[in-house]
Ligand binder design. Structure first.
Ligand code: HEM
Length: 466
């Protein structure tokens, strides 16, 4: 991974901003003289990125402090940046902040070039279709274990429950370790660790801020705490047998090409998968329970499918192809509430996007939150309508009008794992329970590192089988 932006990079970004300003007539808001649009973005990130498209169109130029930023809303340009011309882009500057580096270091999400290729080659087999079939049982068992503690009529926060569950599942499936004793601690620590990312464009993201403020001290203390758990898992595995899980594969692969992967490198991969693999999935599930609770007709159809396909027995992997409507629920939930609501890249060399010359150093942003709600591609874009996901609809949809898992070479490595997990968790819970939304509980989006329900999703548990 490139390290924190150096003075030279900052100067390059500044000069790219100047070139953009002088050389083209790209539409966009100027913002204030020093801060650019940072203030507006921080106040209401989702509202701001929606307004930009409404006011200026599909390609918008703006500036965070001295950093030039291009916002792209049309699938053609999104495809160009993520896929067709992906070679000319690295991850955005925001991913190179001290905070992010401390969190996931040089793992798969953040590394670049040859190092990324090698890591991706080594990690991908753990996510192949034949392999993830083995994970289905774990997903179902852990869900059963969670719901075995539920009682008719009790109130629960599904966001909290889903966060805990998906963390247990990812740790068990990929590292063959049971962290049930640690999981609340790890989950809570992870949650608090990503807090600094809530305000997307704060100065901290862009400047190399090493000041020992109380917030920084707390952040580093939490990071050390989680490192201890991760290093413990690694140490145990180094001494034990090959478990056939991801961690064993990473350990083995390093021996084959002669170079040893250090504990630090392993730790970065493990942290990356902890982080990338649990909150995202938990959020889709949390939003799905909210959407099902507020759309009784859809909920009815969901329950009917579960009764028909699974009935009273436990779900199994082979049920997946028949749980079509449940899959459509997951897809439609990710359209309306994409956990990754935006992605960022940085242009490595000058290039042309939509007829405009874009200088090296420009930060380019695309937003699932906006494009996936665009009425040009989705009828009744704000309605929760899982039925829209027919084969014909998908066949005519421009590829990058819907990209919850990103796209191109850096697309999510865990997308099949996540789809399977979402369907199985929804089915295992929905088979036995109806989750009634607590009336008047506020539901608000909170664009932290991923798109959270700010106050959780409070439900009353109802047994379906009584
Ligand atoms: C619904 C759940 C998920 C969503 C919405 C999601 C979304 C994404 C997106 C949008 C990216 C691309 C980021 C970019 O282009 O900058 C990505 C990358 C990644 N995701 Fe996921 N993800 C999910 C689940 C998972 C799971 C379950 C895992 C692993 C267990 C995982 C591991 C990763 C990794 C390692 C990358 C980096 C891949 C690379 O750069 O080669 N994700 N994810």
């Amino acid at each position: 991974m490139k390290s924190n932006p150096s003075i030279r990079e900052l100067a390059r970004a500044f000069s790219a901003g100047k070139q953009l300003e002088i050389g083209t007539k790209l539409p966009g808001p100027k913002g204030t003289r020093v801060m650019g649009v940072m203030g507006e973005f921080n106040r209401d990130a989702l509202g701001f990125i929606e307004r930009l498209q409404r006011d200026y169109g599909d390609i918008v130029w703006s500036r965070f402090l001295y950093v030039p930023a291009l916002f792209l809303y049309h699938p053609n340009e999104i495809e160009y940046v993520l896929a067709t011309n992906a070679r000319n882009f690295v991850k955005a500057m925001t991913l190179r902040s001290n905070f992010f580096q401390r969190l996931v270091g040089n793992g798969l999400l953040t590394s670049e070039g040859e190092e990324w290729k090698r890591q991706r080659r080594m990690t991908s087999p753990a996510f192949h279709r034949h392999r993830i079939a083995n994970y289905a049982e774990t997903m179902i068992n852990y869900t059963r274990r969670l719901t075995s503690m539920w009682a008719e009529g009790e109130t629960r926060d599904m966001h909290g429950d889903m966060m805990r569950l998906t963390l247990e599942i990812v740790v068990r499936c990929l590292f063959n370790a049971d962290v049930s004793n640690d999981v609340d601690d790890v989950g809570e620590t992870l949650n608090r660790l990503v807090e600094p990312f809530a305000a997307q464009a704060t100065l901290k993201w862009i400047l190399n801020n090493r000041l020992p403020t109380p917030q920084h001290i707390k952040f580093h203390r939490l990071a050390r705490k989680i490192d201890n758990v991760v290093y413990r898992i690694i140490a145990e595995r180094r001494q034990g047998d090959d478990q056939g899980d991801l961690l064993s594969m990473l350990l083995k692969a390093q021996d084959e090409d002669g170079s040893r992967m250090s504990d630090q490198q392993l730790r970065d991969e493990v942290m990356t998968l902890f982080l990338a693999g649990h909150e995202t999935t938990a959020l889709v599930l949390s939003w799905a329970w909210y959407l099902l609770g507020s759309n009784p007709e859809v909920e009815k159809k969901f329950h009917a499918e579960l009764d028909e396909v699974i009935g009273d027995r436990d779900p199994v992997f082979d049920d997946l192809p028949r749980l079509k409507f449940t899959e459509q629920i997951a897809k439609e939930t990710m359209r309306l509430y994409p956990p990754a609501y935006g992605l960022g890249r940085e242009a490595v060399t000058d290039c042309e996007i939509g007829g405009y010359r874009v200088p090296a150093g420009t930060q380019v942003f695309v937003f699932q939150w906006v494009t996936q709600r665009d009425p040009r591609f989705f009828d009744g874009p704000l309605a929760f309508n899982p039925d829209r996901w027919t084969e014909e609809f998908e066949a005519q949809l421009p590829k990058y009008a819907y990209f919850p898992f990103g796209g191109g070479p850096r697309a999510c490595v865990g997308s099949s794992f996540a789809m399977m997990e979402m369907i199985l968790v929804l089915a295992t819970i929905g088979q036995k329970f109806r989750l009634e939304l607590v009336p008047d509980h506020p539901i608000e989006t909170y664009p932290a590192m991923s798109l959270r329900p700010k106050h959780g999703v409070k439900v009353v548990v109802r047994n379906r089988r009584d």
